[in-house]
Design a protein around this ligand. Sequence first.
Ligand SMILES: Nc1ncnc2c1ncn2[C@@H]1O[C@H](COP(=O)(O)OP(=O)(O)OP(=O)(O)O)[C@@H](O)[C@H]1O
Length: 271
Amino acid sequence: MTAIRVEHVWMEYGDQIVLENISLDFAPRSFVALVGPSGCGKTTFLRLLLSEERPTRGRITVDGAPLAPEPGADRGVVFQRYSVFPHLTVLGNVLLAAELPKARLSGRLFGAARRRAEEEARALIAEVGLAGAEDKYPAALSGGMQQRLALAQALMRKPRILLLDEPFGALDPGIRADIHGLMLALWHNCEMSVVMVTHDLREAFTLATRVIAFERRRSGDDRARFGAVVARDIEVWPRRIAGRGHPTVSGRDDPASPMDIGRDDPAPLAV
Ligand SMILES: Nc1ncnc2c1ncn2[C@@H]1O[C@H](COP(=O)(O)OP(=O)(O)OP(=O)(O)O)[C@@H](O)[C@H]1O
């Protein structure tokens, strides 16, 4: 069970304050959507959770322990684009996630360990709906398929926290609806908490248990002297509870599925 606690966190780059005194508690297995205007520090917040940056003040703990100083297998990440390696096949991409941490010197697994990892990778590829595409290269996949691959790659390391930075932002509405169903299924089935940055309020409320809006207090030329604060913190109702309800990968028979609202999605609501 992974509880994340953010205590009085500030992030400053030189004179510019990006995040100002952010305090948040994420319950185990929550699905948090982070929204807010462009440039208000959403990605910076994710990078703090990933240990790519360190807060200039305050601290972040996971289950009571300080966040590991390096990005590790406990945290997976998927970006809007470029999360997968173009020169590796689908299977190679997912396998690499298992191979790198376990075989640090050679970067490869051999014998029984490799067979086990390959079995696991193939199962995960099937779970994200890519069975049959194991030998294809990312360039031969659609945008939606590439994001499914990126999810499989991130999940191969069984992260306790999955960080998503506008992962579905570049997809067509119909494709996005399908992948929303997949995302919900993965969240239900995997023991992980999810923190997702999105510009799409509809997506936020479709997927998340909690929607948090960052906002910078504006003050003319002094703007850089004020970082983003938590402007809204909304528990999504009716409550979604991880593991309750077993949506299929397509999401078609999931009552909370976004399928109905996704297909004819007129335009994402910009925040
Ligand atoms: N490494 C850095 N050095 C200096 N400034 C940075 C750095 N990283 C981010 N910033 C600044 O921090 C602010 C917040 O950026 P961030 O990318 O976190 O915003 P965002 O809310 O994710 O934006 P968007 O929605 O457009 O992706 C921006 O003004 C950006 O220029």
